[in-house]
Design a protein around this ligand. Structure first.
Ligand code: SF4
Ligand code: SF4
Length: 186
């Protein structure tokens, strides 16, 4: 088996795995390119959405799961709305992100770090508290000194509050997180 180069290795089970996880049939894609033509950030992707779908069909597991595209995708769902085959491309992207995290092939590690920081703050305060989120993200990424001037300007203009606002039913937000963590086995 020519498994030596993960970039070109064809995994015949990959498409079925993506179908199952995303609940959408990638095999139905016939490459009309409507998803890519409507995607507002395809210009920044290393593999545009319709090509990514083709790679999934071919079984190019490593290339797909190590692409920047799956992290750059903003989950705007324009592609899903435009697909004439009812393929939920945005959901496929989300499933690929989960698979990439599990496989340890994340091409843009700062994006899941930011996502984690965001969720941790919502769990702790019930809403977004920008200052805490930035501190968590900076500590996790080790990128402590970038954007200091921007942060100071935001603070001076009152855009970064020192103390988070209280929400009425914080316990309910935490319960949702705990339930989700139990379901995902976290
Ligand atoms: S719009 Fe749908 S069928 Fe067309 S290329 Fe994209 S995923 Fe495939
Ligand atoms: S969900 Fe992602 S891939 Fe689809 S159009 Fe939006 S940014 Fe592009």
């Amino acid at each position: 088996m020519a498994e030596s180069n993960p970039q070109t290795f064809l995994d015949p089970g990959f498409r079925a795995e993506v179908d199952k996880r995303s609940g959408t049939p990638v095999s139905a894609c016939f490459h009309c390119i409507k998803c890519t033509n409507g995607c507002p950030i395809s210009y920044a992707m290393d593999i545009v959405p319709n090509r990514l779908m083709r790679m999934i069909q071919l079984g190019l597991r490593h290339r797909v799961l190590s692409s920047s595209t799956i992290w750059i995708c903003a989950s705007c769902e324009t592609c899903t709305t435009r697909c004439p085959n009812d393929i939920d491309v945005a959901r496929v992207m989300d499933s690929l992100r989960q698979m990439s995290l599990k496989a340890g092939t994340v091409a843009e590690p700062q994006i899941p770090m930011f996502h984690e920081a965001f969720l941790a703050v919502v769990k702790s305060t019930g809403r977004v508290h920008e200052l805490e989120m930035l501190v968590r993200y900076k500590l996790k990424s080790g990128n402590l000194l970038s954007d200091v001037r921007l942060g100071w300007e935001m603070f001076k203009r009152g855009r970064l509050k020192l103390i988070p606002d209280n929400i009425a039913r914080l316990h309910e937000v935490r319960r949702i997180f705990e339930e989700e963590e139990r379901n995902s086995g976290a």
